[in-house]
Ligand binder design. Structure first.
Ligand SMILES: [Zn+2]
Length: 90
């Protein structure tokens, strides 16, 4: 299954950051491992066992998990969003 293209993912990431559906801070620790089959927090497609999954330990609530590519897009979008909103990327 084809993943959404990068432009679409960036728009999605922006929207999710605005509504706080994605964390506004970079969690301190990430675990990389085999996909769990659960949906990615950005593109909402399942992360299959043959793919890498990045999982963040955030204090409470939902644990964001991403495809490697989605994680890169999220981080890039987040730092641009922080700049645009005059927030310090943490
Ligand atoms: Zn994804």
């Amino acid at each position: 299954m084809a993943l959404p293209d990068e432009t679409a993912l960036r728009l999605l990431a922006e929207r999710k950051i605005e509504i706080a559906a994605l964390p506004l801070v970079l969690p301190e620790s990430a675990f990389a491992g085999k996909g769990s089959g659960l949906p990615c927090s950005l593109c909402e497609q399942p992360i299959f066992a043959h793919e890498y999954e990045l999982e963040y330990a955030s204090g409470d609530g939902e644990i964001p998990r991403f495809h490697v590519r989605c994680q890169e897009i999220w981080q890039r979008t987040l730092s641009e969003w922080c700049n645009a909103n005059h927030l310090e990327p943490r």
